[in-house]
Design a protein around this ligand. Structure first.
Ligand SMILES: Nc1nc2c(ncn2[C@@H]2O[C@H](COP(=O)(O)OP(=O)(O)OP(=O)(O)O)[C@@H](O)[C@H]2O)c(=O)[nH]1
Ligand SMILES: [Mg+2]
Length: 396
């Protein structure tokens, strides 16, 4: 019980600080004070999350999933959105599907093979309001999400607003979607106070930096800042527990839109014209659908049951994970596409060679390339060259 009252106590502290922030006028002179208070809230919230997951046993049976393959993707959405149906479509898994909520009660993994990559997809229980307090296995779902390389936010056409709700829940739990990690380097020292360097003009005052950083427990450090940091990003950068994960938003059951338009079987178009859906007044929540559309045009509309838009979704998963295929050409071979190697965008040819084997890489001095990225067939290049999707390479 003591853990619970501890959580309550933290909650009270947070409320008190929030009140103080509301009562403090915001200007350059108070920025450092508000910064310190916001940092304190962030620290308390992290503690709250930690305490609550300990007291409720965290993890839990069936939740410690072994990551396999080249990347791990999680399907998060409200109950009955069709997550299990989609998992079964995309992978070899057989997750239970039923027309009622909470069919899935643990983590069900499946493997999707696409363009030579093996992509693990995790199906988890539906995420409901109150997930963070542990309702409906919410805490476990959030902890699995934390470890994923990509989060698919999945709902159905009746509940488009669920995407924003889930994004907010992830945000509250330190999962930052679709943004890059703050560009700041913290070199902790044993003494000497805080030394802050920045080559970029900062909107926050030096005093704010100092009070936020010391509030977050860093007293002695050399800190280099390479972007114009907002208060949120400064706090994020110095807090434990933050992860930066790409996401894809998916609206399922598009087959239920009563439209002449839209998609025919085998048609890969999932980006429905926004006005087509906005005009879909036949559904009671047409305005909600419209809202979700305005939130971003990057929602993939699919039907897991009717197999609409799934090829497009697979491609989008691959793209968002940043994979490329490089084709190995052996010394005695003509260029061909027989031996693909899966890499991440930005990898050098040396890294490609390392994936073949560390010894192999050590013995290579340069390479010849064909197809994508070559000025002419068989161009000689150094191993520091960046590999590109579709490049054929022979290591020399
Ligand atoms: N019309 C239609 N129904 C679908 C589609 N996908 C799934 N369903 C139905 O929606 C219901 C719920 O599907 P599930 O796959 O079990 O949903 P879930 O998201 O895994 O649900 P929980 O495990 O309870 O969180 C089932 O009756 C499915 O047949 C779809 O694309 N179109
Ligand atoms: Mg399910």
């Amino acid at each position: 019980m003591s853990d619970f009252s501890d959580i309550d106590h933290i909650g009270e502290q947070i409320s008190a600080i929030q009140k103080e922030i509301r009562d403090t006028p915001y200007h350059k002179g108070t920025e450092h004070h508000i910064g310190r208070l916001r940092a304190r809230i962030a620290r308390l919230k992290d503690k709250q999350i930690e305490t609550s997951s300990k007291s409720r046993g965290g993890g839990g049976q069936g939740y410690a999933v072994k990551h396999q393959g080249d990347a791990t993707v999680i399907l998060i959405g409200p109950p009955s959105a069709g997550k299990s149906t989609l998992l079964n479509r995309l992978t070899n898994a057989r997750s239970r599907v039923a027309p009622y909520s909470f069919t899935t009660v643990s983590v069900i993994p499946g493997m999707m093979e696409y363009k030579n990559a093996r992509i693990q997809i995790l199906d988890v229980p539906g995420l409901i309001e109150g997930a963070e307090e542990g309702k409906g296995r919410g805490r476990e779902v959030l902890s699995v999400a934390r470890g994923a390389d990509l989060i698919i936010l999945m709902t159905d056409i009746d509940r488009p607003e669920a995407i924003e709700r889930i994004k907010a829940a992830l945000e509250r739990n330190g999962i930052r979607l679709d943004i890059v990690r703050p560009n700041i380097i913290v070199d902790k020292k044993v003494s000497g106070g805080l030394i802050i360097h920045s080559n970029i003009k900062q909107d926050l005052t030096r005093e704010t930096f100092k009070s936020v950083i010391s509030e977050l427990g860093i007293k002695n450090a050399e800190i280099t800042i390479n972007e114009n940091l907002s208060l949120e990003r400064l706090i994020d950068a110095l807090s434990l527990n933050r992860v930066y994960t790409p996401s894809i938003s998916v609206i399922n059951k598009s087959d239920m839109l009563n439209k002449e338009i839209i998609m025919q079987p085998n048609d890969n178009v999932t980006y429905l014209p926004a006005d087509a859906l906005a005009r879909d007044v036949s559904r009671s929540d047409a305005s909600g659908t419209h809202q979700a559309l305005q939130a971003g045009n990057d929602i993939s509309y699919i039907s897991a049951v009717k197999d609409y838009g799934l090829d497009h979704l697979k491609e989008r998963i691959w793209e968002t994970l940043g994979f490329i295929n490089v084709y190995l050409v052996r010394l005695d071979e003509e260029p061909n596409f027989n031996s693909p190697i899966v890499m991440k965008k930005g990898a050098s040819l040396f890294e490609v060679a390392q994936k073949i084997g560390p010894d192999f890489a050590e013995e290579r001095t340069h390479a010849k390339i064909w197809a994508i990225g070559s000025k002419f067939p068989g161009q000689e290049v150094s191993l520091s060259l960046q590999a590109l999707d579709g490049m054929q390479v022979r290591f020399i």
